[in-house]
Design a protein around this ligand. Structure first.
Ligand code: 3EB
Length: 356
């Protein structure tokens, strides 16, 4: 599984490939042209696996039900640029990872059914998922994970005396270490959410040939330095990262919640948790602007996914977000359990720099 790399193709793709994210309905996707499909890296359904007219593109689903009016939406990752060469979308050999890539960027997904709902099954599924992901990245030479989305059923349930999210964290951190990767500092931006009982473990990701710049939030302890009371092995993710050389979508904000330092604040108050989460995202934008220097990131250029623990809280969250995001912001609301029982809402964002 190789892609022809002439020096011309390499240099052109490196300087021009622009990543783009759109939230589209299955109907909108079905009406696209062949040339549009040529540039698709991957498609993610929210509520269920979308049925698409194109089979060369990896398709997955987070299984997190959509809230509010927008039904049937998908997250579509595309790249644009002249002389763009994409792989044919074949799955890797001896691997459950489906992926598609161009010179700079790779999208992939892996879905694993846990045989039994015990702790060993989740640990094993997580370990093999990451092992197979790292093998693909090595093979295609897209060494750098930039963004990972993790969805696991019953995330807050106890199994063998520990919470399943914590078992997942142990297995994820071990997988990073086993593959010779750092477990602090250069870990990818990420989200980890609970999907409905009976869903498979679903992980999808973006990787790049060149390293991104990691961003931490000055208002929060880095997740990889959380104290042991949040789990024996800390979560392996950065608060955000930027792809400095990429035109188009180049800022990836991890799932962000009402955590200051390492403690949850505003327990039981979903509106206050939402405002605190926006304050955290604003702090990340300021930090990204400081680190990158030239780029100017703001709330305006972002697309949001808002994970709501209790569907009844949707109205209060929408109201709180309207104060800071305005009414026209692209926001998808999804029902999902958040990885700390006292967190009622979590928000992730993706976007580009206003300055190009
Ligand atoms: C937090 O800030 C909330 O384990 O990959 C957010 C983003 C959270 C990613 C992960 C967890 C993860 O700790 C939870």
């Amino acid at each position: 599984m190789t892609i022809t790399r002439t020096s011309t193709a390499t240099s052109m793709a490196a300087s021009t490939a622009a990543l783009q994210l759109d939230y589209l309905t299955c109907e909108q996707i079905a009406s696209q042209s062949t040339s549009w499909w040529q540039n698709v890296l991957g498609v993610v359904g929210f509520e269920k696996l979308p049925i698409l007219p194109e089979t060369r593109v990896p398709v997955t689903a987070s299984m997190t039900p959509t809230l509010g009016s927008k039904d049937d939406l998908c997250e579509v990752w595309r790249v644009a640029g002249p002389a763009l060469l994409l792989s044919n979308g074949a799955a890797a050999e001896h691997s459950r990872v489906h992926y598609r890539f161009c010179e700079d960027l790779l999208f992939g997904s892996i879905t694993i059914d846990e045989r039994a709902a015990d702790s060993g099954a989740l640990r094993h599924a997580t370990a093999s998922a990451y092992q197979e992901i790292f093998a693909v990245l090595k093979q295609t030479e897209h060494r750098h994970l930039i963004r990972v989305w993790n969805y696991l059923p019953d995330i807050n349930r106890e199994a063998d005396g520990d919470e399943r999210y914590r078992l997942f964290n142990s297995a994820r951190q071990l997988a990073f270490r086993t593959s010779g990767r750092a477990t602090t500092g250069t870990v990818p931006a990420a989200s980890a959410l609970g999907s409905p009982a009976g869903s498979p473990l679903c992980i999808y990701f973006l990787a790049a040939r060149r390293p991104p710049t990691m961003i931490e939030n000055p208002r929060q302890t880095s997740a990889y330095h959380y104290p042991p009371k949040f789990g024996r092995h800390s979560p392996s993710f950065s608060r955000a990262c930027v792809l400095t050389e990429s035109a188009g979508t180049n800022l990836f904000v991890s799932g962000t919640a009402s955590i200051v330092g390492h403690e949850t604040i505003h327990q039981g108050d979903v509106a206050a948790q939402t405002r605190e989460t926006v304050a955290n995202i604003n702090a990340l934008l300021d930090e990204a602007n400081r680190v990158v220097g030239r780029a100017r990131y703001s709330l305006d250029g972002l697309k949001f996914k808002v994970y709501v623990r209790q569907p009844a809280d949707l109205g209060a969250i929408e109201e709180a977000l309207a104060e800071s995001l305005g009414s026209g912001a692209p926001i998808v609301y999804l029902q999902a359990d958040v990885c700390r029982e006292d967190l009622l809402v979590e928000i992730e964002a993706t976007g580009d720099s206003a300055e190009r």
